[in-house]
Design a protein around this ligand. Structure first.
Ligand code: F3S
Length: 398
């Protein structure tokens, strides 16, 4: 790899151990992927925040970085943590877990990272522009940034996103290069996609079906950002798809001359929804968990409108960022949701919190990604429906 003088100095340890260690990670990555050089990145989004996912080894790594005076050079943001940072007791999070989780957040904060704790930074104003190079790591955020915003990012691991945050650069390979952003599979959508859960179900199905290729969709006449985030998150979950295009909707649509072609019809939509619900037919959820990826204000509004004058028959979590939660509170959506028996959960989600320790078994979700990642163990786990279906099936009038 060709390193500039400044990059060589960072790599050689002239600016301290934390920077040197970070450069070692970035150079190793660059060598593996045959990057020729580094490019500057304007922001970093760092996964590896939940104590459930990084454990004591991750905590120790962060402690070492802080001891070595690690500081970020660019605006850097955190992915969801394993609990609501302030209301963790309400979530029934064990004390020892909470203690470690708070320590992790404190360590990131000491490095100058903003403790946003969300997988939807783009809903709180962190929106890179078309062709802007960034280093993000949460797979659904990577998909949204590449596809819906047209930014350039690979799917970073937590350590490489942190290393980029500390050095301000990333190796120039993969989706940073235009030649790797060409779609080779065209998907004609013949199904009638009604809501975000339908987009999530389609994403769940197609993540597998596209077999590592970048998909391009046609015949989707309109799709809100909420629907696109559901689609991208599910494809990233089942097939590690980091980029997709939708004709006339995404800012770019770059298709090869002779793409493979497939259709997604009503039959496939029905099949995948049945598959996701097959083990929980006739069972009731103990928890409905909405907000994977984190809910937008519009989604919270929809939930609150539905819950007016109703009482939930099971627990409800609406997972979102703290910033969106504050807006929902001001608009009194929170009051309505809480009156019906639900909770707004900030900073975390049903997948990265220790849900098994909390004791929830069967969970109702509207998200293809949550359906993929909620752990199964030995018992049936998922009820997959739209927000409207979940809330009408498991509420009663008061
Ligand atoms: Fe976000 Fe958690 Fe889903 S991090 S994308 S809400 S699994």
């Amino acid at each position: 790899m060709e390193l500039s003088k400044y990059e060589q100095q960072m790599y050689g340890g002239e600016f301290g151990e934390a920077i040197q260690q970070s450069m070692e990670i970035l150079v190793a990555l660059g060598k593996i992927y045959k990057a020729e050089n580094f490019i500057p990145v304007s922001s970093s989004q760092i996964a590896g925040v939940s104590y459930k996912t990084i454990g004591d080894a991750g905590l120790e790594y962060l402690e070492d970085m802080v001891k070595n005076n690690a500081k970020v050079k660019i605006p850097s943001y955190l992915n969801p943590a394993g609990m609501d940072i302030t209301n963790w007791k309400d979530m029934k999070i064990p004390e020892d877990f909470a203690e470690k989780q708070l320590k992790i957040i404190e360590l990131y904060s000491k490095m100058g990272i903003k403790t946003t704790c969300t997988c939807t930074p783009y809903l709180i104003g962190i929106r890179p522009k078309l062709k802007e190079h960034i280093a993000w790591s949460e797979s659904s955020a990577v998909s949204f940034a590449n596809s819906v915003l047209g930014a350039r990012t690979n799917r970073e691991g937590g350590p490489s996103a942190l290393a980029s945050a500390i050095c301000g650069i990333t190796p120039n390979y993969g989706l940073h290069l235009d030649e790797n952003r060409i779609s080779e599979i065209l998907i004609s959508v013949e199904a009638d996609l009604k809501d975000s859960s339908d987009f999530g179900a389609m994403g769940y199905y197609l993540g597998n079906a596209v077999k590592g290729k970048i998909p391009s969709f046609i015949k989707i006449s309109s799709a809100s950002e909420d629907k696109l985030k559901a689609l991208g998150a599910a494809m990233a979950a089942t097939g590690s798809v980091p980029l997709y295009y939708v004709k006339n909707i995404t800012p770019e649509f770059i298709l090869s001359d002779s793409p493979e072609k497939i259709t997604f019809e009503e039959r496939e939509l029905k099949e995948i929804k049945e598959k996701l619900n097959s083990e929980t037919e006739n069972l009731k959820p103990e928890l409905i968990a909405i907000g994977c990826p984190h809910s937008s204000l519009d989604e919270i509004k929809e939930i609150s409108e539905f819950l007016k004058g109703k009482k939930l028959l099971c627990d409800l979590w609406v997972c979102t960022s703290r910033n969106i939660s504050e807006q929902a509170y001001k608009l009194k959506y929170t009051e309505i949701i809480e009156k019906a028996g639900g909770k707004i959960v900030c900073d975390s989600c049903m997948v990265v919190c220790p849900i098994e320790e909390i004791g929830y078994g069967i969970t109702g979700v509207n998200s293809g990604k949550a359906a993929k990642y909620l752990p199964g163990f030995n018992k049936p786990r998922i009820i997959f429906k739209s927000i409207k279906e979940l809330l009408s099936d498991y509420t009663e009038d008061v």
